[in-house]
Structure formats: C-alpha cells, structure tokens
Design a protein around this ligand. Sequence first.
Ligand code: ADP
Ligand code: MG
Length: 317
Amino acid sequence: MKLATVGEFGLIDRISAQFKAPENVTGIGDDCAVIPQSCGLDTIVSTDMLVEGTHFLLESTGPEDLGWKSVAVNLSDIAAMGGKPTGTLLSLAVPDSLSLEWADLFISGYRQLSDMFGCPLIGGDTTSAKDRICINVTVLGTVPSGEARTRDSAKEGDLICVTGCLGDSAAGLRILLGNGQGNEYPQLVRHHLRPTPRIREGLLLARCPGVHAMMDISDGLGSDLRHILDASGKGAVVDTASVPLSAQLRQYCKAFGLDPLEPALSGGEDYELLFTVDKDQERILPVAHTVIGYITEPGEGLVWKGSDKDFLGYRHF
Ligand code: ADP
Ligand code: MG
C-alpha cells in the first residue's frame, strides 16, 4: 500500500499509535510538545523541515529570504501555543556544490529573524546531501505552567477568530511561479517570502482566560480548523463573507479570474493565528483579529456558510 493511501496525517497517526506521551506531557498532535518543568514554566518544542523542490525552489527563493523563513515557520508554532521562543537548532543537509555566498546570505536571513525575537541559534548539525538542500529547524520556548493553548480546548458557542488576512502567501507563491508581476503585488510576495510569526499576539492571547483553542495557520484554514475540530470533538460554521482578505489579494484574484477564497482557505503558509474565544470575551481581546464563525456541537462537521465549495487546505500527500 502506498503512503498516499493514508495521506500525511494518516502516516502521523500510525507513528503516534506506537508512542504514548508520558503523563502531563502533550505529545504528537499539537503545534508544539509541552513538557512541564518544576520552575513555574513549561518547555515547549517543535520542529519543521524545508526541502528544496517541495517547500522552495532555488530559482524563486533567495538565500536570505529562505534563512528568514526557516526560523519564521518554527517560531510560528511557538506563537500558536502562546509561548516565548528561547533558541533554535539548525540542521542543514547541503550539496557541496552550493556557493559559500549562498550559505552566508542564508545565515544572515536566519539571524535577522532570530534577532527580531531575541531567539538565538544555539546548535545544530551539518551534513552533505546529494542533490538538494534540506533545512530542519527545531525551536525551544517556554510558557507559564499549564497556560499553553492547545488544539483540543474549543468549546461549543466559542467564536472562531483569526489574526491578519488570509491567502496573501498562497497568491505570493503563485506570482513567484510566474503568474503575475511581483512589483504589482509586493505585499503578497513579501508575505510568502518573509512571514512574521505572531509571537507578540500569541503571548497576549494566552493571557486571556476566554481564549480556548489556538493554532497557527500553516496548511490553510480548511485543513487547520479541522485539526481544532477533531482534537476538540466539535463542529463549526465559518461565514466565508467574513474571511479577512487584503486589498492586494482581491485585486490579484480579480485580475486573474480567481476566487479569493481558494488561496485564503485552501492555500497555506499564512502563519496567522487561528483561535476560539468565549463569545462574551471577544470584544475585550487585546489583539487585532477578525471573527469568522463559531464552534458548534460535535457531529455537525465544518460548514462553509456563503459558499457551495469545500476547502480542504494543503496536504503533502
Ligand atoms: P505543524 O503544521 O503545526 O508544524 P504538523 O501538521 O507538521 O504540525 O504536524 C502535526 C503534529 O504531528 C505535530 O504535533 C507534529 O509534532 C507531529 N508530527 C509530524 N510528523 C511527525 C513525525 N514524523 N513523527 C512524530 N510526530 C510528528
Ligand atoms: Mg503549527
């Protein structure tokens, strides 16, 4: 049987079936693992891999942007838990034909984002690869004991909210692949190449008792909201007319005859936060956000109000 039969998440389920997380530890299944410590803080840890040809093409991604993004996608998982990043480990597999200039610029981009969040590179591993670059970053962080926001705590009646706008990154990738002029839509391209992890917003949201489930949007809302619903055992209604779309995304989709809901709900790599909040607490949240729907009873599934399409999000296989 081929892996494609079970899909990316089917494979992860088979892996996790053989490992039971120790008591009090949040293991496989959330944006980070959470490991309680005795000092009033929990350690949170996550890892993400970027593979040439799958996550980036050397022709369309400069080394500095790639360095930046390698850290950003990892810090986004720390933000998703409401945590503070402590440091990263970088494992690199690179062909020996790669230029030293490329490597220096990659590290420079990596440092720029690390500096922005006070999260230094503290170790890693370097090895040769036959024909393509593979970048693996592990990030460590902390969260006050018991305060990590996980995917399994959405409550019926909660409002579903997102930070920022959705779909810019997927449209930016489309432009980089030759569909449109980057200088006409700089915000879309920038969002794809240099996403900013929502660390500040995650920290503020985790201090609000009304904020229940939280995760970052890396595979598209259509995929990621389903993770919250599955983990929490709930359904949801999303009002597609409320999904926040940037002016540049609307303009781009109009010019190319696309439905902006496709990049916004099925595209990936927005690295915005998706969270659920008690409906009486939403108005007092200290973070800019948009309400896009609400959590319903288990068994009601995910309903896209205002659209007859389904949006599945990005799957690797
Ligand atoms: P994210 O998009 O937040 O990085 P993923 O969708 O990549 O999360 O992974 C979902 C969950 O499965 C995470 O908890 C992750 O740690 C876990 N996971 C993914 N791949 C593996 C693997 N090969 N072995 C163990 N756990 C994995
Ligand atoms: Mg995540």
